[in-house]
Design a protein around this ligand. Sequence first.
Ligand SMILES: *Cc1c(COP(=O)(O)O)cnc(C)c1O
Length: 416
Amino acid sequence: MYIVGEEEAQALQRVIRERALFRYGFGKECDRFEQRYGEHLNVKHVALTVSGTFALSAALTAIGIGPGDEVLVPAHTYMATATSVLTTGAIPVIVDIDESLTISPRAIEGAIGPQTKAVIAVHMWGAACDMDAIMEIAAKHDLLVVEDACQGVGGSYRGKKFGSIGHIGAFSFNYHKNMTCGEGGAVATSNDIYAGRTRCAIDPCHYYWKGRPDGVDLFAGNGGRASELQGAMLNVQLDRIDGIVAAMRDERRRILDIIASNTISGLFCAPMHSPELDCGAHLMFQLPTSEAAERFSQIMPVVIAGKTGRHTYTQWDQILMEKGAAHHLMNPYEHPANAACRRHTAVDQCPSSLDILMRTIMVPMRPEHQADDIAAIAHNILETAKVVLEGKPADEISLMRAAAIDESKFDMADDR
Ligand SMILES: *Cc1c(COP(=O)(O)O)cnc(C)c1O
C-alpha cells in the first residue's frame, strides 16, 4: 500500500527465476522472514500464513479457544476479528470502545462472565490499545489476550512491538496494511506450545516437512501455508517498515504542533495510549456532535470512523444473523456447549461506541507526504474547524491542495 517498488519486483523475480516458489525443501524466504520478523518483534516464534484472518483464527485455535468459550471483541474493528472467534466454535461477545477507538478496559471488566476465556485487543487504525490496563485485568481474571495487530504492524507500546505484548499476536500483510505482500498474515508468540499449535492450524501437513512440534498433540488444521513469493516480498517490506511508521508519526506530530499553537474551542485530538510509538497512521479528532463531524467531512475529505462500513459491529451480518458456520451442526450459535454463552448481539447494544464513532474524524497520514502537503493538511484542518466549530462563514476560507486530499487516498482509508 505505502511504498512498493523496484526492490520488491526484483525479489519476486529472483524467486520465480529460481523456481523456488514452495517454502519447504528449497525455499528460504519464508524461513528468513519468520526469523527476522521474530527479531523485529522480540518474540521467539513467528509463523507466516495467507491472511490476517487466517492468522487470527490460528492464534485463537493455538491458545485453545473452542466451544463453550466467550471471547471479548471490540465494537469497532474489521469484522474478521469477530468471525475468527466463530471459526474455533466459540462465541464473540462485543464490548465498547472508548475515545481512543480501541477496546475500553472498563468495558472489558464489566463484560467478563463465567464463560469468558479471552479478549482480542485490536490496535485499530494503528493506534495503541491501553495494554497495561488490559494485561492487568486479564491477569486478575485469568483471561488470555490475543492482540489483533493487523493494522498495527510497525507500532509499539512502552518499548514493546504491537503483537508481542499479549499471549499471542496476529498480523495482516494485506494490500491496505502498513507492510504488504498483497495478501498475507502472521502469528507471533513466545510460547512454544502455542507456536506448535499455530503450525498445526496453518498447515495440516507441516509435520511432514518440519517434524512434529514437541509436546503438541496433532490436530487437523485448515490450509493457510504462505508461498515464497509472499516471504520474498515481505523481506523487502520489513526493511521499509520502520521508516514508514516514523514518517507517519512525524507527519502527525508536525500537524499537531501547528494545531496546538492555534486554539480552536471544541477541536479535541482523540486520546492516544502510545503517542510516540504507535503507527501514526491517522490523526483523529473528536467533535462535539455527529452533525459537526458530518459538516467537517463535507468541507474537507476526512473519514468519519463510524462510516467505514464493516468496521462497526452493526455491519457484521453473519454475527447479527447468528450464522457462525456453513453447516448448522457446526454453527457455534447452535452448539450445545455454547448454551451458557451470551450468544445474542443486538445492533443497539453499544450506544456509547456508536456515539464516539460518529463524532470521530480521521485524517490519514502518508509516508510520501512532503512538508508542503503537511502544511496544507494542517491549514485545512484549522480552517475547516473554524467553520464547523466557530461559525466562520464557509465562503471566507480557502483550502490548500494536499496529496491527502485526493480521492484515491480517501478510498484507501475507507477501504481497510
Ligand atoms: C485487515 C484486518 C484483519 C484481517 O486481515 P486480512 O489480511 O484482510 O484477512 C483483521 N483485523 C483487523 C483489525 C484488520 O484490519
